[in-house]
Write a protein that binds this ligand. Sequence first.
Ligand code: UDX
Length: 429
Amino acid sequence: MKLTIIGTGYVGLVTGTCFAEVGHHVCCVDNDDAKVKMLQSGRIPIYEPGLEELVQKNAAAGRLSFSNNTAEGVAKSDVVFIAVPTPPQPDGSVDMSFIERVARDIAAAMTDYKIIVDKSTVPVQTGDKVAETIKRYCKARVDFDVVSNPEFLREGFAVEDLMKPDRIVVGVRTQRPVPALKEVYAPFNAPIIVTDINSAELIKHASNSFLALKISYINAISVICEATGANVQEVANGMGMDERIGRRFLNASLGFGGSCFPKDLSAFIKIAEQLRYDFGLLKEVQKINAAQMDRFVKKIADTLWVLKGKKIGVLGLAFKQNTDDIRTSPALELCHRLQKEGAILRVHDPKAMEKAKADLHNVTYVDDMNEVAEGCDALVIATEWEEFKKLDLERARKSLSHPIMFDGRNLFDPQEMERLGFIYKSIGR
Ligand code: UDX
C-alpha cells in the first residue's frame, strides 16, 4: 500500500520504516528540513537498535522516502498517519497545536477520499475534533475517515515491538476504513481489535497509566521489603508467576521516567478532571514515583553523611537502557539532586552522553564504564543497561576510596556483592 506518515519522531520514524520493511511504499514527512536531509542521507537523529540499518535498506529498495512537504505526502497516499508530538503543558494537559496544524495541512491538500489515522497519544475525543477540523478546512469537500491507531512501542525495543506487536488497535467512526487498515497491518500477523474511536484513544492512556501503576506498586512494595528484610525481587517473581499479574514491569527502581509515562499520567489525570472524575489512584502513582527518588537520594546521603565535596561515580544517564533519550530521565534528575547537595560527579552512559552534555554541566564524562569509580567515594547505578552487569567489580572496589555501591536498578546480587567486599545498597532488598 502507499502510506504517508507525518512526523518523524520516535513513533513516526519507526512506524514508517517498519511499514516499508513489510513491503508498503512509505513517505515520511517532517517540517524540520535538517532532519529530513539527515534521513535522506541514511542517518537517523536518535539511537534505536536496528533502526538505521532498516532505514538505509528500505530507502535503497525505493520503499521509503522522506519529504518536508505535507501536500506531497498527502497526494501520494490513501492512508495518512499523524505521528506528531503531543507535549505536556504546565498544568499537565496536552498541547494539541501540532495535531491541529497537521489536520489543517492535510485538509488543505486533500483532493480525493483519504483515511487519516492518528498515531500520536491524544486525549479521548480527539478523533472527533480532528474530523471537525478537516471538514472545516477541506476546500475540496471530499470524503474522509478519521481513525485512531495508538502505538505501544517502547524506546530501545521499538523495531521489535513494532514488527511483533501484541495487538493492533483500530478505532473508527464508520466501518469504511477498516479493510484498508487491516491490509496495512496484515503482514504483522497480530490480532487486530476494531473499536469505536473513543475507546481506542482511551486504550493508550489506560495502558500506559496501568504500566506506570504496576511500577509504582512494586516500588511501594519495595519500601515494605526494606522495612521487613524481605526481598522485592523474590516478591515480584512470586507475584509474576500468577498469569493474571505477570512478571513484566514489576522491577523496583529509583522510579520511572521517559517521554511517555510521566506525561501520559499527568494528561490522563487532567482528562479525568475535565470529565469530573478525581483519578486519585493515578495521583498516588505519581506520588510514589517521586518519593522513590527522594528515598534513593536519602539512602545515599544517610550513608555518606555529608555529600558536599564527595566524589560520586554515576553509571547511566538515559531514562532506561538501549536508548540515548534523556527526557525526564530519573538518572539525570539524580545527578542534579546530588550536584545540588555539593557532590562532584563522574558519569558514564553507553549512548546518552552527547545528549546529556546539553543538560548536565560541571561533571566529568567518562568514556569507559570501568574508569568511572576512579577516586570516588561511592558508585551509583542509575540506568538498567545490560552491559553494566559486566562491570569489572574487582577494579571498581579497588578504585573506590570506600567500596560503597548504590544500585537504583537492582542489577547485582546483594549476597555476591557483600562477598566481594562491597557495602551494597539497592532497592527493596
Ligand atoms: C512506554 C510504554 O512501555 C510503551 O508501550 C509506550 O508506547 C510508550 O511508553 P517507554 O517510555 O519507551 O515505553 O519505556 P518503558 O520500557 O515502558 O520504561 C519506562 C520507564 O519505566 C523507564 O524509566 C524504565 O526504566 C522504568 N521501568 C520500567 C521501571 O522502573 N521498572 C520496570 O519494571 C519497567
